[in-house]
Design a protein around this ligand. Sequence first.
Ligand SMILES: Nc1ncnc2c1ncn2[C@@H]1O[C@H](COP(=O)(O)OP(=O)(O)OP(=O)(O)O)[C@@H](O)[C@H]1O
Length: 476
Amino acid sequence: MEKDADGFYTPAAAAPAAPTDETKEKEPVKEVEKGGEKEGEGEQDPETDLIQSTFDVEVTLADQQADPNSPLFSVKTFEELGLHPDLLKGVYAMGFSKPSKIQERALPLLLADPPQNLIGQSQSGTGKTAAFVLTMLTRVDFSKNKTQALCLAPSRELARQIMSVVVAMGRFTSVQTEYAIKDHLPKGASRITAHVVVGTPGTMTDLIRRRVLDVSEVKVFVLDEADNMLDSDGLGEQTLRVKNMLPRSHPVQIVLFSATFPDHVRSFANNFAPKANKIELQKNEISVDNIRQFYLDCKSEEHKYEVLVSIYTLLTIGQSIIFCQHRHTADRISQRMSAEGHKVASLHGAKDASERDAIIDRFREGREKVLITTNVIARGIDIMQVNMVVNYDLPLLNERDNWGNKDDAHPDIETYIHRIGRTGRFGRKGISVNFVHDKRTWEQMQEIEKATGKHIVRVETDDMDAMEETLKKHLK
Ligand SMILES: Nc1ncnc2c1ncn2[C@@H]1O[C@H](COP(=O)(O)OP(=O)(O)OP(=O)(O)O)[C@@H](O)[C@H]1O
């Protein structure tokens, strides 16, 4: 499968035949991640440096997919999962040779008739998108010009990425697609008849309300990043509004996927998707081992900035994402780094739609190597060449406001897991680097360590050579 200049999946010239080297071990399934790399890199955007390591990475992925302890492992082939031949061709054209564990387990449940709801959990970067995209494409009757599948995601960037997978997997079908994201449809557009509509909840609600989008024939409703989409502090209300507008004349299959389902969302998820089949991870399985986690002990906010800059001066990093808690921090760091000659871009929710699209597309293409951002792209974004995630600010809940009124800030564990999951995609290796600069942030980091059950290794910041050596070793 090829990705276009924007790094999105595009149809290749011809669908390759099914791979022949399927591995069929029957060992029991235990979901723990192992390190490794992703296959098919040689088919990526020819303008990026990804192309260099084609042979090695394919071998490593095959190893992982044959390892029963890996979430990439499965005993089945895509043929055995009950996919329509046109979709099977789409899957192989993307360069997928074997299902991952979540695909193997979820697809038979998702495709069964009569349709059943599903709540599916699997670690970041393990292929949940393909599972729900194949479900939507299986449920659509392409002979009808009616919207039959809706998918909601928390950001326009993720909605656009999901759509690229719908188009790629559906390239041998006659699927028609449309976005429900801000500023996408031309003003005055009167009717959407696309089979599959992907978007964000606010715009989706608006289109349904204005009767631009007719949902009377919708059969499947997918929430990606479902815990975030259902959280009452997040998008819960808007998502519920969309659900309440769906038809009651026939059952609608509800499909929820995420890498995280915190307890406070689980019961709401159970009500939202009643009688759902469930695929759940144990708490200690959620965060992956192929992402090595570090923390940098800094002396002050200003020292954080100095250390950040020295990382980029000392190390050769493929691509990286720097997460800040606030938009103004992202802008400030990006301005300072740019002024000092570093090539960086910043992306956050205050930028307008077309600017956001252009920035993420440039980053996908590899034209920007460093993206400074907020939680807006903490979830779902899949850019395989990202090998480092920096938590310049740890993700927090209940933060202090500008007047310092709230004082019960605590780490946002779910967001942390999603942020670091922007690296280490589909078995690749990656590092995450957390900045700690006082007792409070150190305690927050400890809390994260405890909650995720994964050791976060201290890295010296007053010995630059040692810092370089430690990080370099794991960036290889
Ligand atoms: N069976 C497969 N074989 C090879 N590559 C795959 C397979 N399934 C998915 N991938 C690739 O793995 C990467 C991660 O997949 P995806 O984005 O669906 O992960 P995810 O589980 O949704 O992650 P997140 O929780 O971060 O949203 C993508 O680049 C995708 O193309």
